[in-house]
Design a protein around this ligand. Structure first.
Ligand SMILES: Cc1cc2nc3c(=O)[nH]c(=O)nc-3n(C[C@H](O)[C@H](O)[C@H](O)COP(=O)(O)OP(=O)(O)OC[C@H]3O[C@@H](n4cnc5c(N)ncnc54)[C@H](O)[C@@H]3O)c2cc1C
Length: 410
């Protein structure tokens, strides 16, 4: 039996502690907050999308960085095993659209409660209000323990760092793990907010604040190259755009954002071709031919969007519909098929679902999650340079890497 310290009582740390205890180790879980799982509590809008019920093999396609590295972790503790783990500890789950798995109760607090019970059952000693300041090592021996912020030294044969990233700082993710890693000689790759809303240049986005558009296609381009194109749902905010499509896009176009705004085309009617939409507008125009333009095409869009579209159309709002030329009408159709927007940057870490970048995975053994540089030092969860799209995949990374680190620690 070894003494194991797990730093961080989030998803990865709790799972690591349960598994290390199941392997017979004496486990201390240290969390600086007053309670466990503060970030877990706010996941999935308070419902916690805890994993995805896709085929295990398909998990990899939703991982943006670190796919190959995750092979052992995902197969050591698959998404099916995650669901079984929670069910066997008394948490009923349900699967929703897109394979997203939630607790049946729709309460993330039930996920946290289940983990707390599992920790207790496994005999893990949980210490709250306990902040680790430093990881201690000895030449030739590797890890020897940790020093707490109030100076006390606690010894350990193995230390698992599960301190998370640096988004939503109020949940405890202050990036301490990156400092620990650097102090141990590890490289930390560039940290960036990801799954994060965008800022837009157009002043009228403010007028659309709160408007959610469903069943649209978003195309993001750098000059003529399409970087991202997906069908789904988006949201206008007072500074730009958010919602599932743009959050996912932030993960895909991250590097391209450097030094250059990106142009967006929103197809507001993707189910219709240009010709079909043009015919439909022509029909609407014929039915309303004696009305003014601003009063004749309202059926096509949500109310809030309408004044913006009219103002961008180059057709005077008070022009009689029967005076609109074919060119003007086709320009209007084109506007609906490629409504323009300019992305100027990302919102900051405090609005980011995850941190992109982290402890460089080439210095970590993927089969054990032990550091290749320091014996007895392990990393799990978001602190590693791994990230995935929304849909339960980031928590799956936390559970799988937590489990594997807990299972491997000696
Ligand atoms: C708003 C929001 C919604 C999300 N929704 C989902 C979702 O529905 N599905 C999904 O898959 N993912 C979701 N995510 C992402 C997911 O929450 C994270 O990827 C996941 O929580 C990472 O787990 P972790 O254990 O690595 O880190 P964390 O959960 O951040 O846990 C790290 C813990 O370490 C503690 N800690 C840090 N430093 C120290 C120290 N020095 N000493 C002691 N303790 C320390 C922190 O207090 C914290 O409790 C969401 C994220 C956000 C912000």
């Amino acid at each position: 039996m070894s003494k194991v310290i797990v730093i961080g009582g989030g998803a990865a740390g709790m799972m690591a502690a349960v598994q290390a205890a199941a392997k017979g180790h004496k486990v201390l879980l240290l969390e600086k907050n007053e309670k466990l799982g503060k970030k877990l509590y706010i996941t999935g809008k308070g419902r916690c999308n805890l994993t995805n019920a896709c085929d295990t093999e398909d998990l990899f396609q939703y991982v943006m960085r670190g796919r190959k590295f995750l092979y052992s972790a995902f197969y050591s503790f698959t998404n099916t095993q995650v669901i079984e783990f929670f069910e066997s500890h008394g948490l009923s789950t349900k699967t929703e659209r897109g394979g997203r798995v939630f607790p049946e109760s729709d309460h993330s607090s039930d996920v946290i409660r289940t983990l707390q019970q599992a920790l207790q059952k496994a005999g893990v000693n949980v210490c709250l209000h306990t902040q680790v300041q430093e990881i201690l090592t000895e030449e030739g021996r590797g890890v020897t323990g940790v020093r707490l912020s109030h100076g006390a030294v606690w010894e350990a044969d193995g230390v698992i760092v599960a301190t998370g990233g640096c988004s939503y700082v109020s949940t405890g993710s202050t990036g301490d793990g990156y400092r620990f890693a650097t102090e141990m000689g590890h490289k930390v790759t560039e940290l960036r907010p990801s799954l994060v809303p965008f800022e837009a240049a157009e002043p009228w986005v403010k007028e659309l604040q709160g408007l959610s558009l469903r069943n649209i296609t978003v195309r993001i381009k750098k000059e003529q190259k399409i970087l991202y194109e997906e069908f789904g749902e988006m949201l206008f905010t007072h500074y730009g755009v958010s919602g599932p499509l743009f959050l996912s896009a932030s993960s895909v176009v991250n590097d391209a954002m450097d030094g250059m705004p990106l142009s967006v085309e929103i197809d507001l009617k993707p189910a219709l071709t240009f010709e079909q939409l043009d015919k439909r507008i022509l029909r609407d125009f014929e039915e309303n031919k004696n009305r003014q333009f601003k009063n004749g095409v309202q059926k096509l869009f949500p109310g809030k969007l309408f004044p913006v579209i009219v103002s961008l159309s180059n057709i005077h709002p008070e022009k009689k519909i029967n005076e609109i030329t074919k060119e003007e009408r086709q320009g209007f159709t084109k506007l609906i098929k490629s409504f323009p927007l300019t992305l100027t940057g990302f919102r900051d870490f405090n609005e980011a679902i995850i941190t992109r970048g982290g402890v460089a995975i080439k210095e970590i053994n993927p089969s054990t999650l032990e550091s290749k540089l320091v014996q007895g030092l392990y990393f799990a969860g978001e602190v590693l340079d791994l990230d995935a799209l929304t849909g339960g995949f980031n928590l799956q990374i936390a559970w799988s890497t937590g489990y594997l680190a807990g299972d491997s620690v000696r």
